[in-house]
Design a protein around this ligand. Sequence first.
Ligand code: SAM
Length: 184
Amino acid sequence: MVEVGFGGGQALAEFAATHPSWQCVGIELYQPGIGALTLQCEARGLDNVWFVEDNVRLVLPSWPAASVAFVAIYFPDPWPKARHHKRRLVQPSFVREIVRVLEPGGRLALATDWEHYAEQMLAVCDAAPALVNEAGAGCFSLPAAAPRPATRFEQRGLALGHDIRDLLYRKRVDNDNAGHTPPS
Ligand SMILES: C[S@@+](CC[C@H](N)C(=O)[O-])C[C@H]1O[C@@H](n2cnc3c(N)ncnc32)[C@H](O)[C@@H]1O
């Protein structure tokens, strides 16, 4: 699995601890976050966590297709001002790259406390032909469907009175109905 922008690493360390047979990779630019993750791995004796200190937009294109079973993007930078929306990570080109690295049947989980960004995530991911919204098109996911530990930025959002929205997608396998009407 890969977590994009793991921040303090709470979710990644927890996932690795509860999935010891998985190889867990975090991609993060923020050095103190990488330090925090490293300390958690040492404290918990985790030997299935790797990190890449780089911009995910530069990292993913060098990864093989269909090589990841699960991609998590929790509370990415919201860039709330309209003039900054173009800086948001979850854009059609980035989602295409995620779809490429996901194996068929692999899952993409996202969460945010910013309503406008949540709507953007929903629109962009629902529009990706290879992704199936596990909650149904146009719907956010119930937290129980995509369990994850609380992260620092989730707690910050809750303290601000924001609602949390989760999204969960599955990459189609070849025999999935791709939403097209079959020829009669
Ligand atoms: C708002 S924080 C959320 C951190 C964590 N997921 C959480 O929920 O607490 C977003 C994180 O994404 C990282 N980030 C932003 N853009 C990135 C990029 N292009 N590549 C890798 N990491 C990125 C930032 O450094 C930051 O740590």
